[in-house]
Write a protein that binds this ligand. Structure first.
Ligand SMILES: [Zn+2]
Length: 242
């Protein structure tokens, strides 16, 4: 999927000069504590360590953990790696709405490393982002789940199908919907990309957050119909439903 673009030395020099100038006028600060940074990341070393120490993998499956879902639960498991604390909520917001790609890559790398430890059969898996509809993708300019997958790709050697699933319905944003509305909202919203074979495969679906599980369940429905053996959803965190 990724294409390497040729950038002329003059362009690269101009870009780095512009970045240095920007950093001088607006010195980069840590998005958690506002402390001035001596590097071009988003978190200071203390906040980075603090965030890493907050990791707390949670393994969830079955009706007990997804009591909001009506009908059959078709995914096998959901693993989330942080509790939904205000700090994590803020980081997810930055990645999703504030174009903080480097932060998304960092979180994706942590997700990949933690998944390797948490899931024994990770080598058999194919990783795929939960897609955005092309209209939403165009509006936002990127899919945060793609960025998390790129981070996973930096440190885990598994195939990643960025276009394995297609979102064929432009659904309204889920943030303010009830559990039932979320489920109706994503029903039949996905289809598998016919260019790939999913027969007998173990699929890991990546999303920034998993809330009711409705999205993962609908993705799992079409992946299982296409012959997938297992579908596991992984996400940074799981917000509590109101
Ligand atoms: Zn900080």
């Amino acid at each position: 999927m990724s294409r390497t673009k040729y950038l002329s030395p003059a362009y690269q020099f101009g870009k780095s000069f512009f970045q240095i100038l920007l950093d001088f006028i607006y010195p980069p600060t840590c998005i958690q504590c506002n402390r001035r940074l001596d590097h071009s990341g988003f978190l200071c070393h203390e906040c980075e360590e603090f965030i890493l120490n907050l990791m707390n993998p949670a393994f969830q499956k079955g009706r007990h953990d997804f009591y909001h879902l009506e009908g059959e639960i078709l995914f096998d498991e959901v693993i989330t790696f942080w509790d939904y604390t205000p700090e994590i909520e803020q980081l997810i917001f930055q990645v999703k709405y504030q174009r903080k790609k480097k932060l998304g890559l960092f979180l994706g790398q942590q997700l990949g490393k933690a998944f390797q430890t948490a899931y024994e059969n990770w080598k058999q898996c194919i990783v795929m982002p939960v897609p955005l509809h092309r209209i939403r993708h165009r509006e936002r300019g990127y899919n945060q789940s793609d960025i998390l997958c790129q981070g996973i790709n930096d440190c885990v050697n598994v195939p990643i199908y960025y276009d394995g699933l297609i979102r064929n319905r432009h659904t309204s944003t889920q943030t303010r919907l009830s559990a039932k509305e979320r489920q109706d909202n994503v029903k039949n919203a996905f289809e598998v990309n016919p260019s790939y074979s999913f027969q007998g495969k173990d699929i890991v679906l990546v999303d920034d957050v998993i809330t009711t599980g409705a999205t993962v369940n609908n993705c799992a429905a079409c992946l299982k119909e296409a012959g997938a053996r297992k579908v596991i959803g992984i996400a940074l965190a799981r917000p509590q439903l109101d």
